[in-house]
Structures are given as structure tokens and as C-alpha cells.
Design a binder for this molecule. Sequence first.
Ligand SMILES: Cc1cc2nc3c(=O)[nH]c(=O)nc-3n(C[C@H](O)[C@H](O)[C@H](O)COP(=O)(O)OP(=O)(O)OC[C@H]3O[C@@H](n4cnc5c(N)ncnc54)[C@H](O)[C@@H]3O)c2cc1C
Length: 418
Amino acid sequence: MRRFNLASLLSEATRGHTGWGRQWRSPEPKASYDVIIVGGGGHGLGTAHYLAKVHGITNVAVLEKGWIGGGNTGRNTTIIRSNYLYDESAHLYEHSVKLWEGLSQDLNYNVMYSQRGVMMLAHNVHDVQVFKRHVYANRLNGVDNEWLTPEEAQAYCPPLNIDRSARYPVLGAALQRRGGTARHDAVAWGYARAADQRGVDIIQNCEVTGFRRDPATGAVTGVETTKGFIGAKRVGVVAAGHTSVIMERAGVRMPLQSFPLQALVSEPVKPVFPCVVMSNAVHAYISQSDKGELVIGAGTDQYVSYSQQGGLQISTHTLDAICEIFPRFSRMRMLRNWGGIVDVTPDRSPIIGKTPVPGLYVNCGWGTGGFKATPGSAHVFAHTLATGEPHPINAPFTLDRFRTGRLIDEAAAAAVAH
Ligand SMILES: Cc1cc2nc3c(=O)[nH]c(=O)nc-3n(C[C@H](O)[C@H](O)[C@H](O)COP(=O)(O)OP(=O)(O)OC[C@H]3O[C@@H](n4cnc5c(N)ncnc54)[C@H](O)[C@@H]3O)c2cc1C
């Protein structure tokens, strides 16, 4: 596989870019692997990369029922930040932001991580109190976050309406300057290419339909798929909104609900929006892509569903709020909208670790906000799969916490926010 660098770019430019070749192979599955990952999103592909790179485990397959990155990884609004409230979450998401900061170099693939700052608007006294609490808690954990007055917020983001008589007045904002956005497809493709280079088999159009277990020990011995049985010593399920369906086939009932979450983009315009702005109170999130489109995220539907589109009333409500907070966008046309299926836990924190079935591991529950966690989640999940024990960072995020009551309640930071 050729590396991307100035010399290879220049040499390809002189011959019409005809010599790059495929970025990853499309192999047929082998009879068995040391580790099988179910789900070819960013978290699954990243796990395979770190298994190979950090732990030297290369006899690995990633099984994807559709195409890689076709799930939530390729459908999200790409907001990255680490300003979560509790110590456990701050450590997990900050671990991820640190990996984001070196990811393009690690993968030799430009994931376009742009640290343009993520600003969370406070519209009422409750928001002000909650966000200030986050600022102080984040600082204690070494995570950057600062409080801005409405005027400072507008200076950072000029299109922001800070008129006090607005329906959603801006009383201030919390700003994480190291937050930002990345290119979602590139994350899936970069991890796929890097994992493939180290020998990982990425098998698309291969749906996992069930599990085989040892009758004596109950341990998982492989997976049934639409391409036949594939043996495995360990299996990691990383299937986002479909995790509970898959895990039920192994007899494990997951504390998850799956909701549609939707996003939409406007027609492209010149650079007009310098950062990311989130308004949790009105469920609206906005940034501008490098193509020029305004990327707008809405809230989840109120009902559970597996349809990859959201209700029109949800996006209408979001656009209503966007026009009030940024009046200059009121005449823009929306081009496309789409949805993804997000897997939501009762405490809005993920589950990363062992299950009651020996050899079966799960990484899920990222809900509306797991893109930002992709590198960190994949890194600690690879450790868990390789060693059979959690990494210190994911140790608190057990499935068992819903039995013991040791919840990590990030509802205020993650309920609908990204
Ligand atoms: C509209 C929207 C906006 C969002 N915005 C943000 C944001 O701004 N910031 C943020 O941090 N997060 C955001 N998220 C959440 C984020 O996208 C997800 O948490 C994250 O991408 C999950 O990654 P993943 O790799 O776990 O899942 P996915 O990318 O969904 O990958 C799971 C894969 O499993 C595959 N699969 C399912 N069943 C099977 C099976 N039986 N066999 C084989 N494969 C199977 C699926 O096809 C899928 O490709 C958003 C989500 C949506 C939908």
C-alpha cells in the first residue's frame, strides 16, 4: 500500500492519478479468526486498527452487513468535544480528543480534524448554572472549557443573535476551543486502510445472524453470517442502533433503546460560520462543512424505531430555532436530510466491556454522541478484547452498572446533544 506524502502526490499528479490502487482488500472470510468485530463503523474499524497496531493481534475480521461507514459513522454531524461532567466521562472523551489530535498522522490519512471550537449556548438560568458547573468540573479534570458572556460569544461567532428579546435569548455560552469537527467518511476509510495494511480482513455485505456457543462452557465459538459460519476465539459487537437485536441472539438483553436521530444540510455558501454552536435547550446544532453546506443536527424522535429517517416536525422545530438564533440564515434552502439509529442507555453513557457470555464483548450505548469518542472508544475496546480485562478508562462503563446502580448520569451533557 502506498503512503500518502508529497512525493507520492506529485508523482501521481504527473500520471493522472492512475496508480493509487485499492485502499483496502475485499477478501473472502477465513474459517476462523482470533477476534471478530461485528460492525464496520468507526468504532469497529478503529478497534481492529488498535488490535493490530498496539497489541499485535492481526488475525482479525471486521464483519459489516452493508458498507463500511454506512451506519451512524457516515450519518452524523461530526461534533467533537470532551467537556462532559463526570470524571469517568471526561477521562474517556479527553482520551479520545488527544487521539484525534494525532489521528491523521497515525493513520497516514487526512481525517480533517478542525479544532474550530465548540460553543454551547445557555438560554435560561438553568442552562447557565449547568454549563458553569461543567466549566469548573472540566477544569478540575484538565479539560479546557471557558465561560463567555453573550457579547464574547457573538465576537467568537458573529452570526449569533444576542438580542435579549429573542424567543431563545443567549445568556452566555461555554466554549471548548479544542473541540471541532472531522470528516466522518475519512475516519472510517482511514481506519479501514490502516487495519487492512496490518492484515485485518474487512468483509462487507456480511450480516451476523447468530452466535455459536460451546455447549459445556457457554463460551462463544463463532458467528453465523450470511456468508456462512466463521469461527472466533473472541467476538466484539460494535453495532450501534442494532446492538440489542444482535445481542439478543446471544441471549443477552441490553439496556438500550434505539431512536432515529436526524440531520440536514443547506445549499453550499462561502465561509460564513467559523465554529460549532450547540443549543441543547432547543435541540439545534450547527457548523459549516468544508464544502460550504451548513450542517444542522436535530433532536431524536420521541418514539423508538429502526427507520433511518426522522419525523418532519423535528427538523421543522430545529430550523425554526436556527432561524431565530441566526436570523441571517432564514432565506437559505435546505438540500438533504437523513437519519441514523442511535442506541441510548438509561444514563446516556456507553457500555464498553465484557458480557455474561464468555468471549463475547460489547461496545455500544453511544447514543447521539459517539462520533467524538471513536478513537478513544476503539483504543480502550481493543485493550479489553486483547487482554480480556478493561482498560482503566473504560473500567467504569460496564454493563453491570445497570444492576449495581453505579450509573454515570450524563443526561445533561449527552441526552440529545452531540
Ligand atoms: C444524525 C446523527 C448525528 C450525530 N451527530 C453526532 C455528532 O455531532 N457528534 C458525535 O459525537 N456523535 C454524533 N452522532 C452519533 C454517532 O454518529 C455515533 O455514536 C457513532 O458514529 C457510532 O459509531 P459506531 O461505529 O459505533 O456505529 P455505526 O457507524 O453505526 O456502525 C455500526 C455498524 O454495524 C453494522 N451492523 C449492524 N448490524 C449488523 C449485523 N447484524 N452484522 C454486521 N454488521 C452490522 C451497521 O451496518 C453499521 O455500519 C450522530 C448520530 C446521528 C444519527
